[in-house]
Structure formats: structure tokens, C-alpha cells
Write a protein that binds this ligand. Structure first.
Ligand code: T4K
Length: 391
């Protein structure tokens, strides 16, 4: 039994205010408010306004791609990309991703077929993708989980050999690279999320980035109900438009992005230094030969730690450290997809899902906070925590 006093046993929590995963990064407030003032003066609030256009140009230049089509959020961007690429039948995705990747397919009557991951990278395992291909398969969505690049070359090779469309859910991977090239230009297109919790946010937002002129033009039409001018609808479409207020936030945050990434990097290094010494804790590490945004601090809890991942989450939450079990239990374990025949052979996903922990990080967390979080984890893993007894 533990002799450590955790809040779970009645002590005061170590943090008076909760520490969240995904606290928004916010750049210079005066710059943001100035852009909002301009928007109000112009009375142009949405529908491809000047701030949206400027943001698209800046993102395309930043990522080294020909086109950036910004959207209301990453999920609608995925839905539009999937429809623009004319995917049908079955599409192979990892189960180890945020549920939006699977929903964007199911929402339009396409079956997400879940493939397994490499437990060391958390990214799609090419052999599992190849094994999941059937006569109904029309595409593959690779996900750059935690900003670590998916196996782009291997997936491209599979897609080419089986005549499948390949796109990437790059929601985590703004300012990350694969073989020295920024994520954004791989596959037929890549889909970004600029949700409040992402390294680069536009409040809500997302984008399709691509080097394909035709695809960019098509997704631009689809984002705005298919309108090609007044009274002229030339394509089926939806409302995927980003507002000018979101673009103002995006322009503000792009200016501050280097500082956000630097802060992430420092905290990740500190977490790593502390947690790699704790028995039973291993970290998802970033390849330092690539560009990374270091936005996610991800740990795995296993023997010989004297606490399970789930019990550790309870301990952390009792201390107001709101660590998350992302993406437990995996998409295939979420109710709409449970029991589907398309969820076989996901042993590595289930192994990772049972052990994974995402910790609060980012500019809103201080170095002292990191040490306190690590103290709690170390104490629990080394000494264990008394199990609750029935009341
Ligand atoms: N593909 C992937 C791989 C993704 O990870 C995501 C989104 C998407 C696609 C879809 O992109 P979007 O359509 O979202 O653009 C959160 C985010 O809502 C979601 O965007 C994100 N992935 C996912 C990984 O995390 P929840 O359900 O966990 O959100 P929630 O409300 O629990 O908030 C997360 C944490 O952030 C909390 O600890 C509180 C904190 N937070 C959140 C907001 C919104 C703040 O401190 N301030 C805020 O304003 O999904």
C-alpha cells in the first residue's frame, strides 16, 4: 500500500485550477483585436473575405503547397475531401485516431475499415492496410498521429499498386515534416484541423491543402454550395466556409507559431528527461531529424509501474491534472462501429489504447507544473496507489 498522499485519498489537489490537455495557444491580442476591428469596419464577415484569402496564401506558402482551401473545421474539410475524391464503398483508416476520421466516411455512407498500427509509432502499419483491401476498397486515409508522419512512401506504394486514392488526415501535423518536406503536399490532398486545441488554431477551422489544381478548384466550389458566381450553382456542395473572425485568429497565431513550438519543445524535453527514468513509463518520441510541433506529450503506462493507466488517470484528475486517454478505446470500440466485421486484427491498437496517456503541455504549462505532474506520475508508478475499498 502507498504511503504517498494523493488527493484521491483526501488531500488537497496539487493544482487549485485544472491543467488541461489542449489549452488554446493564443498569439498577440492587440493584433487579433485590430484584425477584428477591420472586419467590423468592412462589414464583411464570411464568404471568402480578405482575411480568409490572406490566411490561405500564408498557409500555402508556409507548407510549400500550391493550394490551401480553408474550411469551417477539420471534419467538414475531411468530408469535402472524401467526396471530391469520389471515394465509395470501403476506405481503410486507422482505428487509432480521433473519431472524426471514421465519422467523415460513415456520414456519407462509406464504410471505414480499421487497420492496425505500429505500436512504436502509433501510425498505420502498411501490412495491416494491405491485408484490409477488398474489391470494395476505394481509398486509404493515413493519419499523422501526434504529428509523427504516417509511413507516406509505403502507403503511396500500396495505393499505386491497388489503384486506390490516398489522402492524409493531418489534423495533428501542422509544421511537421516527412523526409525533410513539410506535411501538406503528400497524397492527393491533406486535411488540417485548426481547432482550438491544436498547435495552430483559428478558433474552429480546418483546410484542404493540395498541389492538384483541379481538386483545389472542386473543393472550393463544394465549400460554398457549389456556387461559381451569382445564381450559378455548378456543383453539389455544402457550407464549409471559414469566418473572417477565425481567419483573424489564424493570422494572429501564425505570427506566434514559432514561439508556441519552442515552448512545446521545451516542455516535451523536460517531460522526457523526467519520465524516461520512471519504471513502467515510456514516451512517444519525436524524430529529431524531422521538423515536429511537439504539441502532444504522450506516455505509455505498463509493468513494472505499480499503477495501471486507468488508476493513474484517476490519481492525476484528483490532482486537477486532466490527462486524457486519447484515443481510447480506438474508433472500432466506439458504439457506432462496435462489432463491425471491418474491425479485425487490431491487437496493437488495443494494446496501445489500454496504456496510452496524453499529458497537459504547451505554453500555458510552466516548467514547475511539468515537474509537479512528473512527481505525481513517478510517485504513483514507483509506490503504487491504494485501491479504493467499497463504501
Ligand atoms: N482528425 C484528427 C486526427 C483529430 O484529432 C481531429 C480533432 C479531427 C480530425 C477533426 O478536426 P476538427 O473538426 O475538430 O477541426 C478534441 C477536439 O475537439 C478535437 O478537435 C481534436 N481532434 C481532439 C483530439 O480533441 P475532445 O472531445 O477531446 O474535446 P474537449 O472538449 O474535451 O477539449 C479538449 C481539451 O481542451 C479539454 O481538456 C479542454 C481544452 N479546451 C478545449 C477548448 C475547445 C480548452 O482549454 N479551451 C477550449 O476552447 O476533442
Amino acid at each position: 500500500m502507498s504511503n504517498i498522499s494523493f488527493a484521491i485519498n483526501g488531500a488537497e489537489p496539487r493544482f487549485a485550477e485544472p491543467l488541461h490537455v489542449g489549452r488554446p495557444n493564443i498569439g498577440d491580442r492587440a493584433r487579433f483585436l485590430g484584425l477584428i476591428e477591420g472586419m467590423l469596419e468592412r462589414k464583411w464577415l464570411t464568404n471568402a473575405g480578405p482575411l480568409v484569402e490572406e490566411l490561405e496564401q500564408r498557409i500555402a506558402a508556409d507548407l510549400g503547397v500550391r493550394h490551401c482551401v480553408v474550411m469551417a473545421n477539420g471534419t467538414v474539410a475531411l468530408e469535402i475531401a472524401i467526396r471530391a475524391l469520389e471515394l465509395t464503398g470501403e476506405v481503410i483508416v486507422p482505428s487509432w485516431t480521433f473519431i472524426a476520421t471514421a465519422h467523415a466516411l460513415a456520414w456519407q455512407g462509406i464504410t471505414p475499415v480499421f487497420a492496425d498500427i505500429d505500436p512504436s509509432t502509433h501510425n498505420l502499419a502498411p501490412a495491416s492496410v494491405e491485408a484490409a483491401i477488398t474489391t470494395r476498397t476505394s481509398g486509404i486515409i493515413g493519419v499523422h498521429v501526434w504529428g509523427r508522419p504516417a509511413p507516406v512512401d509505403e502507403l503511396s506504394d500500396i495505393a499505386r499498386r491497388h489503384d486506390l486514392r490516398l489522402l492524409f488526415d493531418s489534423a495533428h501535423a501542422y509544421r511537421c515534416s516527412y523526409k525533410g518536406r513539410r506535411i501538406g503536399g503528400f497524397g492527393a490532398c491533406e486535411v488540417l484541423s485548426f481547432h482550438a486545441t491544436k498547435v495552430f488554431n483559428t478558433l474552429e477551422g480546418g483546410a484542404i491543402v493540395t498541389n492538384d489544381d483541379e481538386l483545389a478548384a472542386k473543393t472550393r466550389l463544394m465549400r460554398n454550395f457549389g456556387f461559381a458566381g451569382y445564381d450559378n450553382v455548378v456543383h453539389a456542395g455544402t457550407n464549409g466556409k471559414m469566418t473572417e473572425a477565425s481567419a483573424a485568429m489564424g493570422l494572429t497565431n501564425l505570427d506566434a507559431l514559432d514561439a508556441f513550438v519552442l515552448a512545446n519543445r521545451e516542455r516535451y524535453a523536460l517531460f522526457r528527461e523526467r519520465l524516461e527514468k520512471v519504471p513502467g513509463v515510456s514516451m512517444v518520441v519525436y524524430d529529431e531529424t524531422e521538423e515536429n510541433n511537439f504539441h502532444y506529450v504522450v506516455a505509455s503506462i505498463d509493468a513494472p509501474a505499480k499503477v495501471s493507466r486507468d488508476r493513474l488517470v484517476e490519481v492525476l484528475h484528483a490532482e486537477n491534472i486532466l490527462a486524457r486517454k486519447y484515443f481510447w478505446p480506438g474508433c472500432h470500440g466506439m458504439r457506432p462501429y462496435v462489432g463491425e466485421a471491418t474491425s479485425r486484427g487490431l491487437g496493437h491498437t488495443e494494446f496501445v489504447a489500454a496504456r496510452n496517456l496524453v499529458l497537459p503541455s504547451g505554453p500555458s504549462i510552466t516548467a514547475a507544473d511539468v515537474h509537479t505532474i512528473c512527481d505525481v506520475i513517478e510517485d504513483a508508478c514507483v509506490h503504487g496507489v491504494a485501491e479504493r475499498t467499497a463504501a
